[in-house]
Design a binder for this molecule. Sequence first.
Ligand code: PA5
Length: 433
Amino acid sequence: MLKLNTDMIEPFVGAEDYKRAMDEAFHAFDTLVSGKGVGGKMTGWLDLPVNISEKTLADCRLVASRWLGTLDVVVVIGIGGSFLGAKCALEAFSHSFASAGERNSPHIVFAGYSLSEDYMSDLLGYLKKKSYGLIVISKSGTTIEPGLAFRILRMNMLKRFGAEDTRRRIVTVTDERDGALRAMSEKYGYTSLSIPSNVGGRYSVLSAVGLLPIAVAGFDIENFIGGAREAREYLMKKTKENPAIIYAALRNIMYRNGKKIEVFANYHPKLKYLGEWLKQLFAESEGKDLKGLFPTTLDFTTDLHSVGQYIQDGERIMFETSILAGSKEVEVIVPKSTDNLDGLDYLVGKTLEHINMMAEKGTRLAHTSGNVPNIYIEMEKIDEWNMGQLFYFFEFSCALSAYMLGVNPFDQPAVDVYKKNLYKLLGRPGYTD
Ligand code: PA5
């Protein structure tokens, strides 16, 4: 199980505050697991690691094997909770230079997460001589960004491949019953997987929303779910050692003590999109009723050479949650050079992982001494099992934390303000007044 390390935050937390916050976190735990809290109808994600149906797993495997070796590219269309989990998982699992085409599985690219015309025209150009398929993910089936991307790419497909072949090249993931995408899937006979009605977008990575792209990219969905299942077993215990309960308590103490920002830091480029996924999870779950920590992300050591100055010495409004991961088995060792002109001979024989860990330790000490409390979460390595655990851990902690804050963790009413304005400006029928 991944480890939560609190050594570097303890000096900033009073014993009384901790006791009170833990009591509140226990109460939030009861509210969450009973499903009786506000938004409690949307807690289906809690049981996904044990309830995911054999049919969903089999469907994912079937699509993956159907497309293996037959398609060059699969475009995954989606935005927000229908995009970030899969993007994060695939970045984490893939070889850093996988786009060079070293694998047998189709190359996965994403669309529908912006309205950029440049991006879409580049994508159409890129697909021109490729045999490609589409995975279209939208719970509501009405979101404008993925809706437009789907329309453009479907029309492109129809022209190139004809109706029957296009049908075989499209798989949808959408609400079990409702929405435009469900209706289209039925009308045109697309293979379609379901998102359970009681699972919201940002809590959906362990459903077909995350599993299908992961399987098509050639990664192990059983291990991914297995890791989440192990995390669930551990986190469903109401104990004072439960890392999700402790983490929710600590971040609420930080907030009450005047911190406004939680910085999620990582030390691996492969975890960049974990930060993006975390930003959505926490911002949409907690940022309401004029409350909530603002989540942001930093990629270390890159950002130590840019915003590191502010963290160390700017306004004292943030605390840091670092996600640490060991590297894979292959070691990269600093070699001896002929002249030591770069002055790096003192590192000869050391692994890059060791040097990265020392950078992390040095940063933690520096930031803590600069009054930026630090929490860190350690996983053994970046793989399906550990990422499954991590996703579940953060979902669980986030829901607890939002309940402690007194907000509904599962709605996002403010997102509608943008959507309604956009519809109005574009003249969508029914939105023009
Ligand atoms: O968390 C959420 O609910 C949102 O971010 C949605 O996932 C996002 O707006 C996409 O919605 P949909 O899946 O309905 O297209």
